[in-house]
Design a protein around this ligand. Structure first.
Ligand code: Z16
Length: 843
């Protein structure tokens, strides 16, 4: 809106280096209309969607200018690069972000206004680029923003999925999945590089041959595809740097298999195309728990192979075959185990293709690679059957076997002081290849172990998580390589997640601090602490929150047709639906609240009830049955309470379908309380918690992931903390049978089982999953945390009644969020792991 542009005008005036926009609209309107005319054949009478296309294709050219300048500079300087290898990049929309990051909001805002449009409405016509599931993919996107903003030479590498994260709909309260068709109208934010293609092979056989008198290993794949590069320029904020996300599309080697076509075998001719395109067709919709499908391994190898070839071919063009120097010019960050096949692929390229000795290649490989772990859940650590890998990637399987032989042999020497029995046990436990614990006949490749052995640095994503990695899941490795293990607490970009999604709050902050420097120096937000108890400032702060709540209320009205009380406390839980994230626990407390309200007289409710609007949003992986039942429980409870005339002024529950980046940009600024209530020790970090904190939203949370560090920065007394601690979990799980449930819990279980929300049979497995302690159920300990959770909810109500205290805390949250900028995270990676330095082109 207008205020958004005003903030920008302030920010722009103070920008150190970004090109300042003149604000003159004329050349821009002409450019937008010319794009519409010549690219789309349009002449006047544009819809918002048209205006979006014209604007985007116009902005694209500024972006490409900046991209070209940056890359010319980097080519000349030849600095060390970081390559962020990730199966997911959850970018969301690009128009607003690009315009604001490039400092073009004056010109484009004015031009659109002159043409009779509003930037906000125009931007609303863009589809999300949803090439990710959730936290991990969005983290990668925030990292790209920060790398560019910090002028770090670095690219992202991933897959250009034709279909991203599925679109979620509701039918009778149940989740339905629809394909994400995002490319049909073209994509102004990408540039196809017809000159950048690499072959990627699968299957076939491996032979030893003499090549030019040298004994070599030759892999002859039985299947080949082409990886076609698409570049997605990434603009930094307040800098001339625009870096790159290079995504690979899979295309057939032969457009048509001509011989088959000539023989009249059209089906077979099309087969190669289908098989190739299938590789980059669709994102696997699993968050945290991967699916062991062969096509997934194919995707992983596909993008890793193309990316490594690409980097090596650029290196060779400058440095020839001086591969010993590769680690001085390139390093790779493996985002989770998904790209771990890079360990074997880099070895293959160096040994088989470049002819290096094994040991020299191994030194280079381990110097170039680093691994980030994002989860402690054992079922989530990828393990590929040896059989599958040997068939799809026969040479890589051999290489992994040789790596493992060397590794276990080295371990034998390293552990020589242990008794032989103990030593053998330890070596077996640390072997990269081991038997499936559930099926002794099946051998598996443990990708996390391969990543640790093949990397220089291994890191977790929040302090507690990094400690769990060291002390539990990779403890054996930590004991051998203590200095390999690090922590890099996650962060989020303050541009998208505060300045651009909440321009009203951004403006207020800028006014208070007297400068917009906080946008790329978030430690300056600490200056807000001085205003936390100032009634005049609190009033302005409250007015912004109110305006953002009105926008969310508008959205709820559009989706559910209901008007909600905008003075109610807006209580939000948005994230993937997962048992460990415990949306179920949230619903139970909402039901309990409902029952309490029902017991009160109208006078009592009026006198003491704190009205709440609860919002839950998130997608369930398509095969995750329990998660789908949780969604149905949310919608079923909402159906009952939202229309109950006695309580509907005091309590609502809405499920917002199709939660995605864009929806988050509306919901987060409006939130007053957000829930991050995973079982302690299960959420590696969480990143939406940081976004809520930045936007002055109070947090209800367990002592888990980044919640802990957020509480430390905000003041733990300002956070609603409850629940058991990670250290207690193992014992509590062992003692399951003796656990006595709270009578209120028992009552709620009976309510759901008894059909209070209909669908009795459908909800039965949900009740059973948490309610039969005798057989060790309730793995995520909802029952243990239930009473503490209800008590924390009461504390929330009491605090909300004291609005001055609530607002003070809200300001303290934003003031304490400085640490959680992804700029800080990326600076730490750059200094401690990557050893890359800024290289800024001149403006
Ligand atoms: C994912 O989103 C995460 C972990 C993982 O192994 C796979 C996927 Cl797709 C999430 C974590 O669950 C979350 O706690 C963390 O904040 C996020 O990754 C980024 O590190």
């Amino acid at each position: 809106g207008r205020s958004a542009l005003r903030v920008q005008a302030v920010a722009e005036a103070e920008r150190p280096t970004a090109a300042k926009s003149s604000g003159s609209a004329e050349p821009v309107t002409t450019d937008i209309t010319s794009k519409l005319k010549y690219l789309f054949g349009r002449n006047g009478d544009y819809t918002n969607a048209d205006a979006y296309q014209g604007t985007a294709w116009s902005v694209r050219e500024k972006l490409i200018d900046s991209f070209n300048k940056t890359h010319e500079h980097w080519k000349k300087e030849d600095p060390k690069f970081i390559y962020y290898l990730s199966a997911e990049f959850l970018m969301g929309r690009s128009l607003t972000n690009t315009v604001y990051n490039l400092g073009l909001e004056g010109e484009y805002g004015n031009a659109l206004r002159e043409m009779g449009y509003h930037m906000e409405k125009v931007a609303d016509a863009e589809r999300d680029a949803a090439l990710g599931n959730g936290g991990l993919g969005r983290l990668a996107a925030c990292f790209l923003d920060s790398m560019a903003t910090l002028d770090l030479p670095g690219w992202g590498y991933g897959i250009r999925y034709k279909y991203g994260m599925f679109k979620q709909g509701l039918k009778d309260g149940y989740q339905v999945e629809m394909p994400d068709i995002w490319l049909t109208k073209g994509n102004p934010w990408e540039v196809r590089r017809d000159d950048v293609k690499f072959e990627v092979g699968f299957g076939g056989r491996v032979e030893r041959k003499k090549v030019n008198g040298k004994e070599m290993t030759v892999w002859t794949p039985s299947e080949k595809v082409i990886a076609q590069a698409y570049d997605n320029p990434i603009p930094g904020y307040a800098t001339p740097t625009t870096s790159n996300l290079r995504l690979w599309d899979a295309v057939p080697v032969h457009e048509f298999d001509l011989s088959a076509f000539n023989a009249g075998d059209y089906d077979r001719a099309m087969l190669e195309r289908e098989r190739a395109e299938g590789i980059s067709a669709v994102l696997y919709p699993n968050d945290s728990t991967p699916e062991g499908k062969e096509l997934r391994l194919k995707q992983q190898y596909f993008f890793v192979c193309a990316s490594l070839q690409d980097v090596m071919s650029r290196f060779r063009a400058v440095h020839g075959a001086n591969w010993e120097a590769l680690p001085e010019k390139a390093c790779f960050q493996l985002n989770d185990t998904h790209p771990t096949i890079a360990v074997a692929e880099l070895m293959r390229l160096l040994v088989d293709v470049e002819g290096l000795e094994w040991d020299a290649a191994w030194t280079i490989t381990t110097k170039c690679l680093n691994y980030t772990n994002h989860t402690v859940m054992p079922e989530a650590l990828e393990k590929w059957p040896v059989k599958v890998m040997a068939k799809m990637l026969p040479r890589h399987m051999e290489i992994i076997e040789v790596i493992n032989e060397g590794w276990t042999k080295w371990l034998g020497v390293h552990l020589k002081d242990l008794k032989s029995e103990e030593r053998a046990k330890k070596i077996a436990a640390m072997s990269i290849i081991h038997a499936n614990p559930w099926n002794a006949d099946e051998m598996l490749v443990n990708m996390a172990y391969l990543a640790v052995v093949g990397s220089s640095a291994v890191n977790g994503v929040a302090a507690i998580h990094s400690n769990i990695v060291k002390d539990e899941i990779l403890n054996d490795f930590y004991e051998i390589f203590p200095s390999k293990f690090q922590n890099k607490t996650n962060g989020v970009t303050p541009r998208r997640w505060l300045a651009w999604c909440n321009p009203e709050l951004a403006q207020l902050i800028t006014e208070a601090l007297g400068s917009s420097e906080w946008i790329n120096d978030t430690e300056k937000l600490a200056g807000l602490r001085a205003f936390a108890s100032d009634p005049a400032f609190q009033a302005k702060w409250a007015a912004v929150k109110k305006a953002k709540k009105a926008k969310l209320a508008e959205l709820i009205k559009k989706i559910h047709g209901d008007d909600v009380n905008q003075n109610a406390l807006f209580d939000i839980q948005i994230k993937r639906i997962h048992e460990y994230k415990r949306q179920y626990l949230n619903v139970l407390s909402i039901i309990w609240r409902y029952k309490q309200l029902k017991k009160m007289t109208p006078e009592q409710r009026k006198a003491s009830a704190v009205p709440r609007v609860c919002v839950i949003g998130g997608k369930a992986a398509s095969a995750y049955d329990m998660a789908k039942r949780i969604i149905r429980l949310v919608t079923a409870v909402g159906e009952v309470i939202n229309k109950d005339p006695e309580t509907k002024d005091y309590l609502r529950l809405y499920f917002l379908p199709d939660y995605n980046v864009t929806l988050a940009e509306t919901i987060i600024p409006a939130a007053e309380l957000s829930q991050h209530i995973s079982t302690a020790g299960t959420e590696a970090s969480g990143t939406s918690n940081m976004k809520f904190q930045m936007n002055g939203c109070l947090i209800m949370g367990t002592w888990d992931g980044a919640n802990i560090e957020i509480a430390e920065e905000t003041g733990v007394e300002n956070v609603f903390v409850f629940g058991v601690r990670a250290e207690e979990i193992n014992q509590l799980r062992k003692d399951r049978k003796n656990f006595k449930t709270d009578p209120r819990w028992d009552e709620l279980m009976k309510d759901i089982e008894g059909g209070m929300f209909g669908d009795k049979d459908y909800f039965k497995p949900l009740v059973d999953s948490v309610n039969n302690m005798k057989v060790g159920n309730d793995w995520f300990l909802l029952a243990n945390d239930f009473a503490g959770y209800l008590a924390a909810q009461e504390e929330v109500d009491a605090t909300y009644k004291d609005q001055a205290e609530w607002l003070r805390r809200s300001i303290m949250y934003t003031a304490g969020s400085g640490k959680f900028s992804s700029d800080r995270t990326i600076r730490e990676y750059a200094e401690d792991i990557w050893h890359v330095k800024p290289a800024r082109p001149s403006a």
